[in-house]
Design a protein around this ligand. Sequence first.
Ligand code: LLP
Length: 463
Amino acid sequence: MSRSAHPAGPRHADVLPEGHYTAPPTDLNALDPKVWAQTVTRTPDGVVSVGGIDVKKLAEEFGTPAYFIDEADFRARARAWRTAFGEDADVFYAGKAFLSRAVVRWLHEEGLNLDVCSGGELTTALSAGMPADRIAFHGNNKSTEEITEAISSGVGRIVLDSFQEIVRVAHIAESLGRRQRVQIRVTVGVEAHTHEFIATAHEDQKFGIGLADGQAAEAVRRALALDGLELIGIHSHIGSQIFDMAGFEVAARRVVKLLAEIRDEHGVELPEIDLGGGLGIAYTSEDDPSEPHEIAKALNEIVTRECESAKLRTPRISVEPGRAIVGPTAFTLYEVGTIKPLDGLRTYVSVDGGMSDNIRTALYDAEYSVSLVSRVSEAEPMLVRVVGKHCESGDIVVRDAFLPADLAPGDLIAVPATGAYCRSMASNYNHALRPPVVAVRDSEARVIVRRETEEDLLRLDVG
Ligand code: LLP
């Protein structure tokens, strides 16, 4: 790792340009446990390690960029959700956040269920041995093939998302001689305080069936009338990266109200409600997420209270956390390449990945933190923008952060909290090779998703 001298760029708070940052941190070498996976620490020689292995060794063996996932942390978080909700509830991990066969096995072993939303996710889950009856199948436009595959494999529930789908699923189930357990996804009309693209419970968007205008009640009528369907409950997912429990409370209240209306109209008490996922995680030290036991307590209390006042039996609750389980358990390791100080602005630090391994900054204005991990440094903080190597100026990994002013090409830097929606939304833009995911546990590292190769690219390009 060569180190070359270069001008450090702007450093002091009073000359800093506008940006998404507060003051420089007092200790750039510190690792905030809020944003880093549980076993991440600095070894005595100052190198950051995860699962007992330092990042220099990991970079040597697996290359960069790469995602490293702390298996013990993943299992602990999955278990915490399971324990918090207890035996009378179900926790469905949302596979869209990150899915691989190893992850499916960990979830199975830790007693979680799985939410999938495509034929590909379903196949991955089944091929890793997740029992079909512990799988929920989602999506706003499931294909006939996907529905057929889901029903034939015996998935525990299909979450219906439109009037067409109610009929289509019933028809396919009947033609397969099955009665499919289903839930109906409703939009409860909550404005979740999150980025527009990841809010899903306001009326004007593509998911679910509206509650306020009576469409959801009509969907229930139709589903109850069809022999191919066993309606087991109502589903609501209000959005993602949400910190405020108020939106979930309103959603729970409105879903329970619908259950009472269904009981009054049809004499049926639906046995389940699903309140979706969406709980926020700490991407930077400023974020303060709730713990699973606090979330479970709040949701249980509101559902129990509302059911008591509506004189309903309390339904079995399920939740679908994705990000809150996998997000904090992984980081992306990059090697620093070119460094460009722009006078009076900031220093651009280019890494060997970019928007192809983390699209979230460009897409949602997401904020991340970044640390120098291959050594400690006592140099002054320097305001940086960490950018990728793609042909696009929006190719930003971390918009505003501080790194030590002696940062040099060849240093390793890491972006924590990249476990959710980074590998799963990775692309081959500029024919980048998608990075591997390496699981680290008890001083052992193993690839769970290998790095793409140029042969992989050429294999798809059939000329
Ligand atoms: N359940 C349903 C029905 C969902 O649609 C989602 C996420 C989840 C559960 C899990 O949400 P989580 O707990 O992971 O927030 N790509 C975006 C997030 C899109 C989420 C889509 N649905 C991002 O990177 O922030």
